[in-house]
Design a protein around this ligand. Structure first.
Ligand code: FAD
Length: 506
């Protein structure tokens, strides 16, 4: 890799101690599926850009490396969760190890490994207007060394939650519980559930994955939820992909055709959720009833209080969760925890739920831009006081782009189109002989109504609601809106006018 080792040029400006620093054109934060995708695009679309990826963990994969609980799998199909440029050839719902193998192939095919520095945690980043560079303080976790990196651009691919520790609400009496409490994000390698009474707290995709994966070995497993979630059931297969394969169609074509078909079907489904939510609800619940039978209390345990699509709908491949419930080895309790006690949980209804192991599939701790202490010319940066430029840059923040994927569609769809945008922006800067680009509200945007990063009435999972006040805000018009609709953005982003005055080039 070409890097420039320099005596730190900005030591005066940022009042940091003199130390050697490596300087890059682009620094990608994180080697998860977003960071690896970013690097692939950069190397393909902007091959002269000197770049590095810094990653806290000791290997690539992000989410797919951190989560090691039994059954860990995607809940999106991999035709759309996979990159646009790399055909997916397996079953649509994939286990973490298959996703990691897919990413490994991408890394190998583009020779990306030599650009990645593992065990490098970025602690702070200061933009120096004098140098026109970001200066980063980085801890090398294996040696505990403090390192400095400088970069013209930051491509933030750090995801949205803290990898070190998941979110567990504090319930009274937790310290009294004699059994084991486990968060899925910190799954102990030697956890033995054989014959145990296990309670999984949560109702999302994680809980719905763990329950069927551990049902066979446990004495009994109970899914304890405060309120139900929508699930879609179906075979873990894509009929169109299988047919095209039988016809010996090239995998590149299959990938593109199947992606389009899935996206088309999803947009029809999303529209139906808005126009005929009752019909969609009936269909979703019908899928559950088909497994659990008419005598099961689907109204209580599987009928959410919200309309379909207000939160991500988890896919249950081959109905595995429901088959466990039907067999009697797994059950669902819809209730609230009053307190933990020595033997388990006392619920608000008065029911006692005894357990040997309690698994808290209760979500994430939101991390705003990698928990990095950002500053601009030494002044701390509060992202909540900025306005988002198309959900990927921020007013007053120079040379920084953030990949925040889709909630309802596959996250990665946005990785590809944001990368196209960034590479186009780099070319535009070269043409303008500019080294700095900063979004700024134009005179006609001054005083426009601002709203939260995501509309809580439209999408409201707990981890976002808990951290919404920390996130940038959005305006009521483009280019200040944070779109969460791939079908709109796939056309809008490539057509975005870089000369509309909202981006200041210097
Ligand atoms: C169990 C689970 C299943 C999921 N399934 C799906 C799914 O099926 N479909 C879907 O669309 N989405 C899914 N998601 C959401 C998922 O997180 C994203 O889709 C996607 O994997 C995020 O990738 P990422 O690279 O943006 O972030 P991450 O996977 O979070 O990776 C970010 C990386 O950045 C590193 N990093 C962060 N801060 C720093 C720092 N300061 N310095 C250095 N490195 C840093 C982290 O260590 C991490 O490796 C799932 C999430 C979970 C937890």
């Amino acid at each position: 890799m070409t890097t420039t080792a320099t005596a730190e040029p900005s030591a005066r400006a940022s009042s940091m101690p003199e130390r050697s620093s490596e300087t890059f054109d682009m620094l990608i934060v994180g080697a998860g599926i977003s960071g690896i995708g970013a690097a692939w695009h950069l190397k393909t679309q902007s091959p002269a850009t000197r770049f590095v990826i810094l990653e806290t963990q000791d290997d690539f994969g992000g989410t797919w490396r951190t989560h090691r609980y039994p059954g860990i799998r995607s809940d999106s199909d991999l035709y759309t969760f996979g990159y646009r440029f790399k055909p997916w050839t397996g079953a649509p719902i994939a286990s973490a190890d298959k996703i990691l193998s897919y990413m490994q192939e991408v890394i190998d095919e583009k020779d990306l490994a030599r650009h990645i520095r593992y065990r490098h945690r970025i602690d702070s980043a200061n933009w120096s207007g004098e140098d026109r560079l970001w200066h980063l303080e980085v801890t090398r976790l294996d040696t505990n060394e403090s390192l400095r990196f400088s970069t013209r651009f930051l491509w933030m691919c750090q995801g949205y939650y803290r990898h070190a520790q998941g979110y567990t609400p504090e319930w009274p009496g937790m310290d009294r519980f004699k059994g084991q409490i486990v968060h899925p994000q910190n799954w102990p390698e030697d956890l033995d559930l054989s014959g145990k009474r296990v309670v999984v707290i949560g109702s999302g995709a994680t809980a719905a994955t763990i329950v069927p994966a551990v049902t066979a070995q446990c004495g009994h497993v109970t899914l304890l939820q405060r309120s139900p979630t929508y699930f879609i059931t179906g075979r873990n297969a894509n009929v169109l992909a299988d047919t095209l394969r039988e016809l010996d169609i090239d995998e590149t074509w299959i990938h593109e055709i199947v992606r389009r078909k899935i996206l088309f079907d999803q947009s029809v489904f999303t529209r139906r959720c808005e126009t005929e939510p009752e019909v969609v609800t009936r269909e979703l619940l019908g899928g559950v009833k088909a497994y659990l039978g008419e005598d099961y209390d689907v109204a209580r345990h599987f009928t959410p209080r919200y309309a379909p699509w207000k939160q991500r709908i988890a896919f249950i491949p081959d109905g595995d969760l429901f088959r466990g419930i039907r067999s009697g080895k797994a059950s669902v309790v819809t209730d609230e925890i009053d307190t933990y006690n020595e033997t388990g949980l006392l619920l608000k209804s008065g029911t006692q739920l005894d357990a040997d192991v309690i698994i808290t599939a209760t979500g994430f701790n939101l991390n705003v831009l990698g928990d990095i202490a950002f500053s601009i010319d030494g002044k701390p940066l509060d992202f909540a006081s900025t306005v988002s430029y198309r959900g990927l840059m921020f007013t007053g923040v120079p040379n920084m782009l953030w990949v925040f994927g889709y909630f309802r569609a596959s996250w990665t769809l946005r990785v590809d189109i944001v990368a196209d945008f960034i590479c186009r922006l780099l070319k535009e800067m070269e043409a303008r002989k500019a080294t700095v680009v900063t979004p700024a509200l134009r005179p006609q945007d001054q005083g426009m109504p601002l709203s939260p990063w995501v509309d809580p009435g439209n999408f409201n999972p707990g981890y976002i609601m808990r951290g919404l006040h920390l996130l940038p805000r959005q305006g009521d018009r483009q280019p200040w809106k944070h779109g969460q609709d791939y079908m709109t953005e796939k056309d809008e982003l490539p057509a975005a006018d870089l000369g509309d005055g909202a981006l200041i080039f210097k």
